[in-house]
Design a protein around this ligand. Structure first.
Ligand code: ATP
Ligand code: MG
Length: 495
């Protein structure tokens, strides 16, 4: 272990927000050791703006609570942590962790319960990458470096602590973290990691809960280097583990949308991570629409059902929260409305809450060479910048054009009976409510559901069958609420 002078590493308290300084100081005054660790130290040393600052201490979560009182909340089960509110910010305060006990790891070596407090040396060994394992004590002006991490910072190398294979088996999410940090920091991945990080190993991600994978995918989408990381997801065989039905190939639309996301982040614009899911799942959605229309289902109904199907299948990999799901389906539904708007609804459509996202989506499609938008993205682009008079003229011209093409291809165009200027809801909430409606809370149904889920797995997938046979009351199996086996996902009306 070497103790470095913080100033020599380019660190100073002036760069730190008062919230983290306050937390470290209060813990130190109460007689505990406390450090800043992780991305806050790493990014500051690299001259980047850290996303957040995490603290680590030898105080247990309940001792942290004693120090901060009502400003502190203890969270987590697998990973108990203290959340301390400092001003308007929230600082995550972790306690030094010792190696996990054997009884709480899964059959594949994954850590399931992890609240074994330890020393700083043990805590260090539990961290993932050398560059994430530097302990900065701002008041003393020192950095504790247990593995010459400072050289990895200088050489821009991402190095896992310990045996890479073991560390990936312990927590497969570290594979995603490897790609995220390599892409974000533009670091090279150490050869010993590359040696084991093969597509076969990526299959371990199948054991990770879809909730955690969703959280991780959000980080991948929003770190500002999405385009770079997407190529890496394909190269390392991770893509297939994250996306159920998306061929492992970047379409021009995806690439353009990824670039656009990165640019927005760079100039400080907000992004909705669900938007990129809408992009990724657009092709599968269209194919599913075609499938239903081919069976004689009207286009509106086909789109509604296709949206539900595609999101349901994706949820076997990464859970998509309800709000994100509604957003995605609305963006997709907007595509039809923007393509073929009823003239009397054009102005209302332009003021719709989902217009901006739907329009951005269509513009990206059009700019990436999708001709099925029929130039309407450019039309809407111009429309938004027109005066009222110009808008009226544009709508009349559009109306004439539309009437002409409707006459020409009446059969191909959807029915347009209502003269109303009111826009129907993009997504009928009843559909998604129905889809997720909870089972009655009687004891019978509570008992039945998990059994049926396991039965389905064991019939179709020998991997699941084996695991269940070995240890059916394993905590991770008990928690599993999503069917991960695509062949078991029911299609068609599900209400
Ligand atoms: P950023 O916050 O910029 O995404 P970070 O490195 O701070 O990056 P966090 O997820 O905030 O990442 O985690 C904080 C620290 O906790 C990490 O730097 C690392 O030391 C440790 N850590 C996080 N996840 C893992 C993991 N899966 N395995 C081992 N250590 C981890
Ligand atoms: Mg962090």
């Amino acid at each position: 272990m070497q103790t470095l002078r913080a100033s020599k590493c380019g660190l100073s308290t002036a760069q730190l927000p008062s919230s983290i300084l306050d937390v470290i100081e209060s813990l130190t005054k109460a007689g505990y050791e406390a450090y800043i660790v992780g991305g806050g130290v790493r990014d500051s040393m690299l001259g980047l703006k850290p996303k957040d600052f995490d603290a680590v201490t030898n105080a247990t979560p309940s001792q942290v609570k004693e120090v901060f009182g009502r400003r502190c909340r203890i969270i987590g089960r697998r990973f108990e942590l203290a959340h301390v509110y400092a001003g308007r910010e929230l600082i995550e305060v972790a306690t030094f962790r010792a190696p996990p006990k054997k009884a709480v790891t899964s059959a594949s070596g994954m850590i399931l319960r992890d609240n074994n407090w330890g020393t700083i040396e043990q805590d260090f060994a539990r961290r993932d990458f050398s560059i994430n394992a530097m302990y900065y004590q701002p008041h003393k002006g020192i950095v504790l470096d247990f593995c010459n991490a400072v050289d990895d910072i200088k050489n821009k190398t991402l190095r896992l602590l310990g045996d890479p294979l073991l560390r990936f088996e312990e927590d497969p999410v570290r594979m995603l973290r490897t790609l995220r940090f390599a892409a974000k920091l533009n670091f090279s991945i150490a050869p010993e990691i590359l040696q084991v990080f093969q597509p076969d190993l990526a299959r371990l991600l199948g054991d990770v809960s879809p909730h955690r994978l969703y959280d991780e995918s959000q980080k991948l989408f929003t770190m500002g280097h999405l385009e770079r990381v997407l190529d890496m997801l394909i190269e390392f065989g991770v893509w297939k583990q994250l996306f159920a039905d998306i061929p492992a190939q970047l379409s021009p639309f995806m690439r353009r949308a990824a670039k656009n996301t990165d640019q927005r982040i760079q100039i400080g614009k907000t992004i909705n991570p669900a938007f990129f899911y809408a992009v990724m799942l657009w092709e599968p959605f269209l194919q599913r629409c075609e499938f239903y229309q081919g069976r004689g289902i009207n286009p509106t109904e086909a789109r509604a059902q296709a949206g539900l199907d595609v999101l349901k299948r994706q949820a076997t990999r990464t859970i998509i929260p309800r709000f994100a799901e509604t957003f995605i389906r609305e963006v997709w539904e907007m595509q039809s409305r923007l393509l073929n708007p009823k003239p009397q609804q054009i102005e209302a459509l332009a003021g719709h809450a989902r217009f901006r996202a739907g329009f951005d989506f269509m513009l990206l499609r059009e700019k990436s060479g999708d001709e099925t938008t029929q130039g309407m993205a450019v039309w809407w682009d111009a429309y938004q910048n027109m005066s009222m008079d110009e808008k009226e003229r544009a709508i009349s011209a559009y109306n004439r054009q539309r009437a002409k093409s409707r006459r020409k291809a009446a059969a191909e165009v959807e029915q347009d009976k209502s003269p109303s200027t009111q826009i129907e809801p993009l997504v009928k909430e009843t559909e998604s409510n129905g889809r997720r409606s909870r089972k009655p809370r009687d004891s019978q149904s509570r008992n039945r559901t998990p059994d049926r889920t396991r039965g389905a797995h064991s019939q179709s997938n020998p991997d699941f069958a084996d695991k269940n046979a070995v240890n059916t009351d394993h905590p991770i199996l008990k928690r599993k609420r999503v069917q991960r086996d695509l062949s078991q996902v029911i299609f068609g009306p599900t209400q």
